[in-house]
Design a protein around this ligand. Structure first.
Ligand code: SF4
Ligand code: MSK
Length: 636
């Protein structure tokens, strides 16, 4: 078992309690496995290991020989090829997710899947964005046209850019990307080309490979995040303000507890629906009802739209099961630790997989397809109810920690709240307060946890520093969970953490919007896919001011990133023109060319760049310096 103290692993008191319980029950966690991996391979850390052909693996010694692999590839080439493959890995997750969402919408439009179109307004808005006439069309015909228009992106065999980027991105950005030759045509084609380009003996130019990285960042941003969010809002509704709670204390001892984990709302929405419909069966089985709570981005999706509480974030997913109170964990895709099957095996907990590409030995597989979504939902909830009867009360220990959470801050909700202050010109109050310095700037704090850093620590410390300096924070992903756990997503959080000028703005908007107090100082905008909402907000602000996104006093940060997706989202953000902080260095430090281009030269090309700083206070200082520089350049 681990030599690290619980305090060295996490700042989350609920996770720390469950770590002690896991240790006493001899259950291995991710932190134990992290220690068994030490020391981790220095070549891998620097990105200078290549196994792109069977002559390898080859590795470069940054301090001596060998300087080249067997084929002659040097460190710059190996690192940039590896980075491009990492980005393809990340973008593929989001693009596949978005493709599935399009198929779901098409199936619903054709009457083949048991979902409703929850937002007719968003359907019309997206149709208008795509230039599809809406007049006189019934909802399902229009939905079919929108779904087919989105699916056209995957069928484009021309040299024209994919339609969703042309429909969604500001013209100024399209011009910049067009000149650089990085506008994606068809997401599947671009990912295929990138795999070809990085194969043994193809591209040997690290700068050309880095430009391809920016293109794949755009593939992620527009074929993944933007299509995913647009279509999911049509199907499941545009999030609006909701109040709920976060952390393991949301589990209820006398209820059937079901956790949803992964990323696909088509699955988690059905679990929520059927947990409500089958409440009577749970009561008949001796429970007080059914509690559904979320992990990772499945949690964020049903938090934003249904007010479902958050159980915990990525790094402590195993610890949710260690409470002994989870009857079923229903998972779909991405960020699901394979170890969950072993942990669930120590309790009565049923681990339920749902997707054909994400099966786990030891789990129960209940297949999801759009057509059989109801059968999947019923069977999963009934499996949980049955498991409740087998729960061993002696093993149950639910930590008492939970925090109040306000979430659901889609762009539409934010603009709606601002419209209460100025109905004729909703963005004006926000712009005015940025101009007069009451809001110094805005930072999107996004991404994961990572076993290499103390859970939630960098995120929380950095955000405290930024809020104290009157920087407005928006959050998504597991960072949203992290900030939820410590009270940053509540009106009380505004009073505790926001600088006085920011607090005054949050209070004025919150009271005008009828919240009876300030808005939270951190606005939760959703899942990782929902990062497109942050892009939309930045584009709206830049458009209002008539400047490029890169000129805004704004930044992005992934303080504790772990997934390939975080690297591809970060690349999209930097290519959009955003100064993008990483609290954990991507595996590129073995290439002087990659480091120079990504942290410096790319700013001259696209306006954004990466900034790597693991210390939270130094990171906040670096981000603040960037915001001040942008304010000075705008003359505000
Ligand atoms: Fe080695 Fe070159 Fe093959 Fe990579 S592609 S494994 S560097 S020979
Ligand atoms: S779930 S990608 S750990 S944010 Fe989106 Fe969390 Fe990162 Fe997965």
């Amino acid at each position: 078992m681990s030599n690290m103290t619980n305090e060295g692993k996490t700042i989350d008191p609920a996770a720390a309690e469950m770590l002690s319980k896991a240790a006493s029950e001899k259950i291995e966690t991710t932190w134990d496995r992290y220690e068994k991996q030490q020391p981790q391979c220095g070549f891998g850390e620097l990105g200078v290991c290549c196994r792109n052909c069977l002559q390898g693996p080859c590795r470069i010694n940054p301090f001596g020989e060998p300087k080249r692999g067997i084929c002659g590839a040097d460190a710059d080439l190996i690192v940039t090829r590896n980075l491009l493959r990492t980005l393809v890995g990340g973008a593929a997750c989001h693009v596949d997710h978005a493709f599935d969402a399009c198929e779901q919408l098409l199936a619903v439009a054709e009457g083949n899947a048991p979902y409703e179109i929850k937002s007719a307004e968003k359907l019309s808005a997206i149709a208008r964005k795509c230039g599809i006439p809406t007049d006189g069309k019934d909802e399902k015909s229009l939905a079919k046209e929108v779904a087919l228009r989105a699916l056209e992106n995957f069928q484009n065999i021309t040299e024209e850019p994919m339609n969703w980027i042309s429909h969604s991105a500001p013209q100024e950005r399209l011009d910049v990307w067009g000149k650089l030759g990085i506008l994606p045509r068809n997401p599947d084609r671009e990912m295929r080309v990138a795999m070809h380009q990085t194969s043994m003996g193809v591209d040997a130019d690290p700068v050309n490979l880095l430009l391809a990285c920016l293109k794949i960042g755009l593939v992620d941003g527009y074929a993944g995040l933007q299509i995913g969010t647009d279509i999911q809002d049509i199907l499941f509704g545009v999030p609006s303000a909701v109040k709920t709670a976060a952390n393991l204390g949301v589990l209820e001892k006398d209820k059937v507890n079901i956790l949803v984990h992964g990323h696909v709302p088509a699955v988690s929405e059905k679990i929520v629906e059927w947990s409500r419909k089958l409440e009577g069966e749970a009561k008949a089985a001796g429970a007080d009802g059914i509690m559904v709570a979320g992990i990772c981005c499945s949690g964020n999706e049903v938090l934003m739209r249904q007010g479902i509480p958050l159980a915990t974030n990525y790094l402590s997913q195993e610890l949710a099961i260690v409470t002994g109170a989870v009857d079923a964990m229903v998972v779909d895709v991405q960020c699901i630790m394979p170890s969950l099957a072993q942990v669930a095996g120590c309790y009565h907990t049923k681990l339920i997989t749902t997707m054909p590409i994400a099966k786990i030995p030891g789990a129960v597989h209940i297949p999801y397809t759009p057509e059989r979504a109801d059968e999947m939902g019923q069977e999963a909830v009934r499996t949980a109810i049955k498991a409740f009867a087998a729960r061993d009360g002696r093993k149950v220990d639910i930590p008492a920690h939970k925090s109040e959470v306000w979430a659901g801050f889609s762009v539409e909700t934010i603009v709606g709240a601002l419209a209460k202050v100025d109905p004729a010109d909703p963005l004006k109050p926000l712009i005015d307060n940025i101009k007069n310095g009451n809001i110094l700037g805005a930072v999107g704090v996004v991404g994961c946890n990572n076993a290499k850093v103390k859970q939630d620590y960098i995120t929380v410390e950095m955000v405290k520093d930024l809020l104290a300096e009157n920087v407005l924070i928006v959050a998504t992903g597991c960072t949203g969970h992290a900030l939820a756990k410590y009270g940053f997503l509540s009106p009380e959080g505004a009073k505790k953490y926001a600088g006085s000028k920011l607090l005054a703005v949050l209070t004025a908007v919150g009271e005008a919007a009828g919240l009876g107090g300030p808005l939270p100082p951190v606005l939760h905008m959703g899942s990782c896919v929902d990062n497109s909402r942050i892009g939309d907000l930045l584009a709206a602000l830049a458009g209002y001011l008539g400047v490029s996104i890169s000129q805004l006093p704004a930044a992005a940060s992934a303080p504790e990133l772990q997934h390939e997706k975080a690297v591809s989202i970060g690349t999209w953000a930097a290519t959009l023109g955003v100064f993008t902080h990483c609290g954990v260095a991507p595996q590129v430090l073995g290439s002087p060319v990659a480091v120079k281009v990504l942290t410096s030269d790319m700013e001259g090309l696209v306006g954004g760049k990466f900034y790597v700083e693991p210390d939270p206070h130094a990171a906040a200082t670096g981000i603040l310096a960037h915001i001040h520089k942008k304010r000075a350049a705008l003359g505000i």
